[in-house]
Design a protein around this ligand. Sequence first.
Ligand SMILES: Cc1cc2nc3c(=O)[nH]c(=O)nc-3n(C[C@H](O)[C@H](O)[C@H](O)COP(=O)(O)OP(=O)(O)OC[C@H]3O[C@@H](n4cnc5c(N)ncnc54)[C@H](O)[C@@H]3O)c2cc1C
Length: 376
Amino acid sequence: MTASTNLPQLVIGGGVVGLHAAIALASQPGHPEIFLLEKEKFLGDHTSSRNSEVIHAGFAYPKDSNKAKWCVEGNRLTYQWLDRLKVPYKRCGKWLVAFNEQEVPALTATLENGEKCGVGGMRPASLAELRKKEPGCADFGGVIFSETSGMMDAASYLRALERCFAAQENCMLIYPCAVTAIHPEKNTIETTRGPMEYSLLVNCGGLFADEIYKMAGGKKDYRIKPFKGEYMIWRKGPIQEVIYPVPRRFLPGGDKDKRLVSSMGVHLHRGVGGDLYVGPTQVELDWSQKTDYNIVTPPQEFALQASQYTKKEIPVGELEPAYAGNRPKLYIDGNPYGDFLILREKKQIHILGTDSPGLTAAPAIAQEVLRQVSAP
Ligand SMILES: Cc1cc2nc3c(=O)[nH]c(=O)nc-3n(C[C@H](O)[C@H](O)[C@H](O)COP(=O)(O)OP(=O)(O)OC[C@H]3O[C@@H](n4cnc5c(N)ncnc54)[C@H](O)[C@@H]3O)c2cc1C
């Protein structure tokens, strides 16, 4: 597929994946016009601004999966982008803890998996070392530390990516502008702002990428199911940085459930802005509930989860509802797929299943899009 005609290249979806894909396309020498189309009034209105803002290291995903490859590469690239765009972040690392002795083998499995996936900067740590940084933490069964994990200000990142793309020649953002129909036989689309022709269409629709795939004539049974992740703020919480449980898929039986591939469990993280968050939950929603962002999990549940990290019980009144985001999990033929999927069909590229770690992986996903566009 080459950018051989002067017709525009279109990117559908102004989240972090679409922004990076559009910026990557703008790096092609002599590229045609590039339009980024977003249906909402703001870029990143959905998943890209409703997540944990963690720059993941990449140790949690199956070796050779797209998630592992693009998260490890995306981690490196994301720090470069944050520096280049002067976006606030902290390279604080991440503590991973076993709540009890039974979970310790899962910590070991996480370390081994990280090594297999090429993640640098992971090491066993002691409770004493953790206590020096986090005096308020509980008596864990085991601890490891991931040095390359960090926290970013995702809202600033999106705005900076938007400016970066818009500043380039022949690059335009159009929003609000929803793509309402695609005619692959004519290489045209219809939008709420009128029709457009294209030489290349890149579907970065996140939760709605399955609908765009179908609009474009896609025949396979690809569907995106939303899994809600809710957060509460804990203003009096004693944790200073980022503490996660061992990834759920390394617990006994966890590897059999592909819905758990990106499930890190409820953790505590202090954002770049200084607030401590408890979350995210994982609530499986109905197919149609893609934009249901109500917090439904009771505060008692958050208090219970958060108290596992601290020495004391947490009064429910200390927790305030914050926000929720929906993970776009890809299902193929009715089964959870558990990975990112990039599909190239003639003049179309579809990016499906951008749940976690898509914020981190986005620049690496964009490089893959560019590779596919440049391939003969
Ligand atoms: C609870 C939660 C926690 C997470 N935590 C992390 C984390 O800590 N670290 C990490 O790396 N990742 C994390 N993620 C994952 C990360 O947020 C996503 O992978 C990433 O934001 C996906 O970006 P996107 O661009 O694919 O989707 P989106 O941000 O949803 O963007 C897609 C865009 O497409 C637009 N669109 C859809 N249909 C159309 C149409 N027809 N016409 C025009 N525009 C359209 C939408 O309006 C939307 O703006 C988390 C996700 C969740 C839900």
